[in-house]
Every structure is written in structure tokens, then in C-alpha cells.
Design a protein around this ligand. Structure first.
Ligand code: GMT
Length: 385
């Protein structure tokens, strides 16, 4: 792409993976000379230090009114999108997570007579849990079919989307990316918070938003089985509905003093860099961004065989993929790794190399730029049925 683009980005600005990916893509686009406008309900977590002339933030204000049972976020977002596109003459909106962003973007496009393009990136539960709910299925399918391009973060998610929605648009697969400088084994070396690493004790780590789909309490259960055989520590990073259950599990299993529940952390990269194995016992995971970030920090990954995880984590190379809910199997793999230093070191190195060679932000950004170019030159890809 040789001309400077003006791009609007909408995402959920929280600790979730889709917001992280959207933010890092936006920052990278601005660093390579494009103008980026974030249109979100609040400032994305990782954007706070990166606002400048090329990266701006437009907050969405939603009206509360006694008559409304729910705040009209979808409509307020569409209005704000139209306003920002019109004022700054944006070329396209790239929205992350279909509900309701793809719908709002389509509305804004209609409001402005189609004078900009819309790209939607599907991330996971927008297809597998939320978008396919009967109350939202028709509007999700409508939005997918009426955007100018739709991407999925893994081949698995593309196939799920086809199975669930039979879309008329061809879906591109563009994977998630990781900032390999921020997520690097070197970053932890000078870190003041190294007190989480007890001398001589290996750290295991679990990072998630503690929704039931992440099975965070199972990470504690796997860890308790590991402790029966060898000493270690577990860092539990994040917050969400399953946090109390995970804490209770640690207490019930008598491993409380070896587990640190750290809440949502902005220094998650430091925590990963001070760990050697990431536990991801998820029930469903379209991609597994936290696993990729851990790999970039030289962590081996022990994860369940679900969604896009087996494509990201090569079983036996970057870690181990175990059957879902096979907590004994996961524990056995962790014990194997902790008991075999050369194997663990090799897997840690493989994991970092894979992140660097295949998932760097610049590699993935170039794929999005090629897609933007295709969309802006008017080529829409129709699904072959
Ligand atoms: O779809 C979700 O559950 C939310 C989303 C998020 O914002 O964290 O997670 C999904 O998108 C991430 C970024 O693409 C992926 O790494 C996660 O695997 C995916 N979560 C699920 O599929 C459960």
C-alpha cells in the first residue's frame, strides 16, 4: 500500500484479546505512516501511552433515558462512526468482534451513502456463543454478508462461521499477532516484580478473563496435581466470573500458598517472561492470543485440543496439546517438561521462534494492508458455494 490511509478502528477496549489485537494493529499502522482513529466506548488499555497526531481516540457517548430498558450503544456507535468518517474523510472502518460493531459500521456506511468501506474481523464468541444466539443470528448473518470484507483469526473460526451462517462473502483468514519486543524473554530480566519468582521454583502461568469458557479453575487443578510430584508456583492473571471458583479450588486443594491471584495486569508480559509454562485448559479458543504472547516470551504451552489452539501450538514442538478436560494428561505433560530441562529449553526456544517467524505484528499488518487495498479497489470476494 503506497498511499497514506485513514482508518477507523472499533473494538472492545478491555483486557480481551480482540481489543489487544485491534490496538496493536492500529499502533503499527500509525507507525508505518497511516492515520488511525479509534472509535470505542473508552480508551483501549494498551493505547494509553500511544496517542499522538496519527492515533486519535473518539469516545462513544451513550444516552441513558428513563424510557429505554437498555442504552442504545449500537446506534450511538453508528452515529459516532458516521461523524468521524465524515469529519476526517476516513477510507475505511475496521471493526473487531461482529456484535454489534459490524452492524453499527454497516449503518454508518448507509448513513454516508456508502462512501467508505467496512472490514470486520471475527474473533470467536461473536460467532460461537453470541452471534449464533437465535436473538442475534439474523442480524449477525446480515452484517457479515454486507460488509466489504470479513476476516477470521483462524481457519477453524472461518469453518465455524461457514457452518453456522453459510455466508455469501468469502472469509479471509488473518491470524492474530504479537509485539515481539514487548513480549520477549529478555523483558523480565531487570524486572522489579521478580519476587513472584521464588528462588529455584519454576513459575507456571494462566492468563485469561476468567469466563467459564477459559476453565481457569482447571488450571489450578492441573497445578495441584503437578505439586504432588514437584515444587512450583502458579501465577493466575486476570479477572472475571470464575475467579472466586478458581480461588476456592486453590483453597480446597491446599495449594493456596503456591498460587498468586494477581488480577488484571498491564505488565502481563513481565509475568509471562518470568514463567516457563503457560496453562490453557480452555473449553473453546478460536485462536488463543494469550498463548501466543506467552510463546513470544519463551514459555512452552500446555493447552487443550480445541479451536485454533492446535494450529498455533505445535504439539511436541512448542508445548503439548491434550484432550479437553484431561487434567491428568495436562499435569503429566507439565511434570514431563519440568523434569526434563533440555526438552523444556528446546520447546521454549521453538515457541519464541514460531512467534517471531510467523506472528510478528509487521507480518500480520501487511496482510491487513493487502486486504484494505483489495477492498478499496473495489474487489469483493463472493463465497464459492
Ligand atoms: O470471543 C471472545 O471470547 C472474546 C475474544 C476477546 O476479546 O478476548 O476472545 C477471542 O478472541 C481472541 C483474539 O482474537 C482469541 O485469542 C480468543 O481465542 C477468542 N476466544 C474464544 O474463542 C473463546
Amino acid at each position: 500500500m503506497d498511499r497514506k490511509l485513514k482508518i477507523g478502528i472499533t473494538c472492545y477496549p478491555t483486557f480481551g484479546g480482540s481489543g489487544v489485537v485491534a490496538t496493536e494493529l492500529g499502533i503499527a499502522l500509525a507507525e508505518s505512516g497511516h492515520e488511525v482513529h479509534f472509535i470505542t466506548n473508552r480508551l483501549p488499555v494498551r493505547l494509553q501511552k500511544s496517542l499522538n497526531a496519527d492515533v486519535s481516540f473518539h469516545g462513544v457517548n451513550v444516552l441513558s433515558y428513563a424510557l429505554f430498558p437498555h442504552e442504545p450503544y449500537t446506534l450511538a456507535l453508528a452515529s459516532k462512526m458516521a461523524q468521524v468518517v465524515d469529519t476526517y474523510e476516513l477510507d475505511l472502518l475496521h471493526v473487531h468482534y461482529a456484535i454489534p460493531h459490524a452492524v453499527s459500521a454497516h449503518l454508518a456506511q448507509e448513513m454516508l451513502g456508502g462512501r467508505f468501506k467496512v472490514v470486520t474481523t471475527l474473533h470467536g464468541t461473536d460467532i460461537t456463543l453470541v452471534g449464533n444466539d437465535p436473538s442475534l443470528h439474523p442480524i449477525t448473518r446480515f452484517a457479515i454478508n454486507n460488509n466489504d470484507a470479513v476476516t477470521a483469526v483462524s481457519e477453524w473460526l472461518k469453518q465455524e462461521t461457514i457452518r453456522e451462517f453459510s455466508p455469501t462473502i468469502d472469509i479471509d483468514v488473518i491470524s492474530n499477532s504479537v509485539d515481539i519486543e514487548q513480549f520477549s524473554p529478555d523483558i523480565g530480566r531487570e524486572w522489579a516484580g521478580r519476587h513472584y519468582c521464588e528462588a529455584g521454583l519454576p513459575n507456571l502461568i494462566h492468563v485469561s478473563n476468567f469466563r467459564p469458557v477459559k476453565k481457569a479453575p482447571d488450571a489450578v487443578r492441573v497445578f495441584a496435581k503437578v505439586l504432588e510430584r514437584m515444587p512450583a508456583r502458579l501465577l493466575m492473571v486476570g479477572d472475571g466470573p470464575d475467579l472466586p471458583t478458581a480461588m476456592q479450588a486453590a483453597k480446597d486443594l491446599g495449594v493456596n500458598d503456591k498460587v498468586s491471584f494477581l488480577g488484571n495486569r498491564e505488565d502481563v508480559n513481565f509475568l509471562m517472561a518470568s514463567s516457563c509454562i503457560m496453562l490453557m485448559p480452555s473449553q473453546s479458543e478460536s485462536f488463543g492470543l494469550a498463548a501466543l504472547e506467552a510463546m513470544a516470551c519463551e514459555c512452552a504451552v500446555v493447552a487443550s485440543r480445541t479451536g485454533g489452539l492446535p494450529d498455533l501450538v505445535r504439539d511436541g514442538l512448542d508445548g503439548f496439546i491434550c484432550d479437553q478436560d484431561d487434567l491428568d494428561g495436562m499435569a503429566a505433560r507439565v511434570i514431563e517438561l519440568l523434569g526434563d530441562e533440555p526438552l523444556l529449553m528446546q520447546m521454549k526456544r521453538n515457541a519464541r521462534a514460531r512467534a517471531v517467524e510467523s506472528y510478528r505484528v509487521d507480518i500480520v499488518m501487511d496482510q491487513y494492508l493487502a486486504l484494505y487495498d483489495r477492498v478499496l479497489t473495489g474487489k469483493r470476494r463472493t463465497a464459492i458455494v
